[in-house]
Design a protein around this ligand. Structure first.
Ligand code: AMP
Length: 376
């Protein structure tokens, strides 16, 4: 299938061509036709499946079709995302896909001064991408009004609930026009997610790709069993031995992320940690360095990793095994994305064995054990 067959308009096709996308991903194939027909969507898809384009492209197209002459700029599309990284990423996508359409967008999130965000909103925007807390804050100050919203997207709804945004979300939703199109995306369809979805969607079409219990088949998965204290040396060995110079490394805690980055720097490997205790500037710098490849290893906690969007990630390393098996699936979803192959390597200590077993059970698959290594 091609993007043309999805009946996308020329300005979007040109932008997609520039991005080098050859064909729509499964979530795009399944969602775009329904969204263009005005349907609500319940989309079960995780990051890495192309879900951002799956909602951004048809929204831009609908906004273009519904343009009225001499209309004042007001917020017609609202996208709620759980983290600033994800919000920023979505905003970059809107910019790229919409570059030939002339719409304006703004992105707002907490943890930084509201000044520049308010200035950009006051100039008039068509699309607003926001994290719930800052949005609510600016709504309460009377700076943002949502009365003209026609398209509402809730992205990574599962993560929003995990992060405790439910009340903020409900307050925002209460201010939206009842007549609107709502697109709801979540990596899981757990009961609490379904309950929330049922309260805000009207006759939704359900689409699903990569259910959370089946990991992307293109991702090669291996594990090294190793003592906890030997992990830094083993990590260095793995990076050198396999010539890996662009990799996302996961830890369970912020402190762990800092420690790993420091250990790697001690081995003369360029690494940075990214997590919630770092300032926004710091995080953006680390992310930019990683994208520019001046930093080879980005060490992240699970929450910080959500929404980090980097093209062609060939490797992810689980330096620590996550307690929640689903987190493993999210982590390795960062590689082998959009049809490319990838590799996920896990370092598992004796204490982590129960978590590891939980993962194998969830993904219904034995992960290959690398037996021969200097620290076994
Ligand atoms: P997302 O799941 O929205 O975070 O997208 C994951 C990655 O896939 C991003 O880097 C996108 O730029 C990329 N992507 C999205 N759609 C396509 C496509 N149809 N072909 C190739 N890459 C894509």
């Amino acid at each position: 299938m091609t993007f043309t067959e999805l009946k996308l308009i020329k300005p979007l096709l040109t932008a997609l061509d520039k991005k080098g996308y050859k064909e729509p991903s499964p979530i795009q194939q399944q969602s775009i036709p329904h969204i263009l027909l005005g349907k609500d969507i319940f989309g079960c898809a995780q990051t890495g499946t192309g879900k951002t384009a799956a909602f951004a492209l048809p929204i831009l197209q609908l906004m273009d079709a519904n343009r009225k002459p001499n209309q004042r700029r007001e917020i017609k599309a609202l996208i709620l995302a759980p983290t600033r990284e994800l919000a920023t990423q979505i905003s970059e996508n809107f910019k790229e896909y919409g570059e030939n359409l002339g719409f304006k967008h703004a992105v707002i999130f907490g943890g930084v001064s509201q000044f520049h965000q308010v200035v950009s909103i006051k100039t008039g925007i068509d699309v607003l991408i926001a994290t719930p807390g800052r949005l609510l804050d600016l709504m309460q100050q009377g700076i943002i009004k949502l009365g003209s919203v026609e398209y509402f997207v809730l992205d990574e709804a599962d993560r929003m609930l995990d992060m405790g945004f439910i009340n903020d979300m409900k307050k925002v939703i209460a201010k939206l026009p009842v007549k609107r199109q709502t697109l709801f995306f979540s990596a899981t369809a757990a009961p609490n997610i379904m309950k929330l979805a049922n309260t805000i969607l009207k006759n939704p079409v359900s689409v699903a790709v990569n259910p959370v219990s089946s990991t992307a088949t293109l991702v090669k998965q291996t594990v090294y069993f190793v003592q906890k204290t030997k992990k830094p040396a083993l990590l260095k060995h793995i990076l050198k031995e396999n010539n890996i110079n662009h990799v996302l490394v996961f830890t369970r805690t912020k402190h762990g992320a800092d420690k790993v980055a420091k250990a790697l720097n001690g081995f003369n490997i360029k690494a940075e940690a990214i997590h919630g205790n770092k300032s926004q500037n710091n995080r953006e710098r680390a992310l930019k360095g990683f994208k520019d490849r001046t930093i080879n290893v980005l060490v992240a906690t699970d929450i910080a990793s959500r929404g980090i969007d980097v093209d062609k990630l060939t490797h992810v390393i689980n330096y620590e095994i996550p307690e929640q098996a689903e987190a493993y699936v999210h982590r390795i979803g960062r590689t082998g994305r959009a049809g490319e192959s990838g590799e996920a390597i896990s370092l598992c200590s004796h204490e982590e064995l129960p978590y590891f077993k939980g993962i194998q059970k969830l993904i219904k698959k034995d992960i290959d054990v690398i037996k021969k290594h200097p620290y076994s």
